[in-house]
Design a binder for this molecule. Structure first.
Ligand code: CA2
Length: 149
């Protein structure tokens, strides 16, 4: 089977991982998480591109690029935009690629405003609450969905 192309997108403030609030978000840095994902992707037959931005429009631009560059699927931790962004939802619907919504924390154990997601009902899967392992679970799940379709 041809190599899968997967985009991993990280939303606002996730560039701070490993430097603050380790009790909520763990002690791994974003670079650690990306490196682990790229390694796992190689072993699963997937080529990963990773991207983080603190700006909604930049995340949307990156999704549009993925939509027009033969990507097979998306892993996205939209961070706070999960709970606010109709624009990210519209971009994900527009590019029509399967995506997994990822959260480090269990958003349902947290404040009520984190219980709402503008993405969950259109996601191929949702993983939350496993710390950085949420991302590796998401990658395994997405690859398995793509290989079985
Ligand atoms: O649990 C998650 O992955 C979240 O997507 C993280 C977002 C939060 O708004 C969502 O409700 C759940 C926040 C990301 C902030 O990242 C930080 C990392 C280190 C230090 C401070 C913030």
């Amino acid at each position: 089977m041809a190599q899968l192309k997967i985009l991993v997108l990280h939303g606002p403030n996730l560039n701070l991982l490993g430097t603050r609030e380790p009790e909520t978000y763990g002690s791994q840095t974003l670079a650690d998480i990306n490196a682990e994902l790229i390694d796992l992707g190689e072993s699963l037959g997937a080529e990963l591109s990773t991207y983080q931005s603190n700006h909604e429009g930049e995340l949307i631009d990156r999704l549009h690029l993925a939509g027009s560059n033969a990507f097979d699927g998306i892993i996205i931790n939209p961070a706070a935009y999960t709970h606010t962004s109709v624009a990210l939802r519209d971009a994900l619907l527009a590019i029509d690629l399967p995506f997994i919504e990822v959260h480090l924390s269990n958003v349902h154990q947290r404040e009520a405003f984190r219980h709402q997601s503008f993405l969950s009902d259109v996601a191929s899967g949702i993983i939350a609450g496993f710390g950085s392992t949420s991302y590796t679970l998401a990658l395994r799940g997405l690859v398995s969905q793509l290989q079985n379709k």
